[in-house]
Write a protein that binds this ligand. Structure first.
Ligand SMILES: [Zn+2]
Length: 157
């Protein structure tokens, strides 16, 4: 596989995204959320990692099922249970341009699915059942987006 290093621009965008993610206290961020037209996302994978970059991420395998509450930096104040695959295998390039293949389960799998959806213009409220979606849309219409804590401490992605 050909290795291609990140361009200066990609690298600058990456640093900006990691900074934004941490400022917003999110654990994942897609480039499209901050107006960057690249298929790139960053995920806070916990201690020591700070922010891992995925360029051109593709889910190549997935399975199982999990349901958990999600929130989104792009639609603050909105939270809902979302059904996702329990595990995924993602292929991408990392920040050095190297091809990576990562298997993720649980929360990390959820974050990756949420962020890759962003790159395709899909929000988590597109993934909930119609009754819930209608309720959320009414809430948005009535109250707009306002900051409020998640009911059960859901992560914002
Ligand atoms: Zn989001």
């Amino acid at each position: 596989m050909l290795m291609s290093k990140l361009t200066r621009t990609e690298h600058d965008h990456l640093l900006h995204m990691i900074e934004t993610m941490h400022t917003e206290v999110g654990i994942g961020l897609a480039a499209s959320q901050v107006g960057i037209e690249l298929r790139m996302l960053v995920v806070d994978e916990g201690r020591g990692h700070g922010g891992r970059a995925y360029l051109n991420p593709v889910i190549v395998e997935q399975g199982g099922e999990q349901v958990g509450e999600e929130g989104c930096l792009s639609i603050p104040g909105i939270y809902a249970d979302v059904r996702r695959a329990e595990w995924v295998v993602v292929e991408a390039r990392d920040r050095t341009g190297e091809s990576i293949r990562r298997r993720a389960t649980g929360l990390l799998a959820r974050v990756l699915q949420h962020e890759i959806d962003h790159l395709d213009g899909i929000l988590f409220i597109d993934r909930v059942d119609k009754v819930t979606r209608d309720r959320l849309k009414r809430q948005i219409k009535r109250e707009g987006f306002r900051e409020q804590p998640a009911l059960s401490g859901a992560f914002r992605l």
